[in-house]
Design a protein around this ligand. Structure first.
Ligand SMILES: Nc1ncnc2c1ncn2[C@@H]1O[C@H](COP(=O)(O)OP(=O)(O)OP(=O)(O)O)[C@@H](O)[C@H]1O
Ligand SMILES: [Mg+2]
Length: 282
């Protein structure tokens, strides 16, 4: 098993010295019968970064993200949030730990409006007994908060939070899902293939949104097969292969074809020049 690097000098540095990972996975194992989806997978996400996760089909990317978002429970290994071991037996537990996930199959309800979608499962109630006893929803506050979240993220193409999500374009729907994650994730936002189904313009808008989420202070894990997107926005690139991380690349120091070669096993990461590897990498 690959131990995470303990070389403090090699880690990304924060304002007060070497940064601690906000989210860390150590030696995660997940088996489905005879199939090993995760074979001792490690991951570190540092404050202020976009970490891309790339890997071939079946490399264990979704399994890793499911473990980090409480959708599956690993058979072995540990997950730490800000250095503290956590158990994430359910998606709710992950949310409570500050981890919000935008799944590839968008969990938005098309017939409901944007504000309702944003607050789905976390509805705001009216103040006093109307809310606490009669469970009445505070629709006005949800609408105004939804408008605020959208404008904070610069989502200007959506003008009316009362609009039903089914009337939005694919990119706008994705934007609503990202806005929801950014609004409620207080530590980490994870996005699984957010641009896979989108056109050029819509992808552009979602990539800009991802950069904004990072710049607002929330680190992002981005799973993507799209190398140009990965190389444009990622600060570091985690390469998953055969159920484990085999390298973390520095996009500024390596080419897309090198990344693909490492991903497919055609290139041993040890053969890459030093600048191709992200700090604390192998
Ligand atoms: N529920 C399951 N039951 C059985 N096998 C599974 C299950 N989920 C995943 N696997 C297997 O685990 C391995 C890793 O799958 P995973 O979905 O994590 O890969 P991935 O990297 O996300 O691939 P892709 O790029 O195709 O989405 C695969 O061999 C897959 O068939
Ligand atoms: Mg997958």
């Amino acid at each position: 098993m690959n131990q995470p690097s303990t070389d403090a000098a090699a880690r990304p540095t924060g304002p007060t010295g070497p940064a601690e990972p906000i989210l860390q996975a150590v030696g995660l194992v997940k088996r489905y019968g005879s199939v090993t989806a995760l074979a001792g997978a490690d991951l570190e996400l540092y404050p202020g970064e976009i970490l891309a996760v790339i890997g071939d089909n079946g490399a264990g990317k979704s399994s890793l993200i499911k473990a980090l978002s409480g959708a599956v429970v690993p058979d072995a290994g540990q997950i730490l949030v800000e250095g503290r071991p956590v158990r994430l037996p359910t998606p709710i537990a992950a949310r409570e730990a500050g981890i919000e996930t935008v799944h590839q199959s968008l969990a938005v309800s098309p017939s409901l409006d944007i504000a309702t979608n944003l607050f789905l499962g976390r509805e705001l109630r009216r103040p006093g007994v109307l809310g606490s006893v009669f469970r009445m929803l505070d629709r006005a506050r949800m609408r105004s908060e939804a408008a605020r979240h959208l404008s904070e993220l610069g989502i200007t193409t959506i003008q009316n939070p009362n609009q039903a999500v089914e009337t939005l374009s694919g990119g706008q729907r994705q934007a609503v899902a990202v806005a929801r994650a950014a609004a409620f994730g207080n530590k980490v936002v994870i996005m699984d293939e957010p641009t896979a189904a989108l056109g050029v313009r819509e992808s552009r808008a979602v990539l800009d949104l991802i950069l904004k989420v990072r710049d607002s202070g929330l680190p992002v894990i981005l799973i993507s097969h799209n190398m140009p997107h990965v190389f444009e926005v990622a600060d570091r690139v985690h390469v998953q292969r055969l159920g484990r991380r085999i390298a973390t690349l520095a996009p500024s120091g390596c080419s897309m074809s090198d990344a693909v070669a490492v991903m497919t096993g055609a290139l041993d990461p040890a053969e890459l020049p030093e600048e191709a590897l992200a700090p604390g990498a192998l």
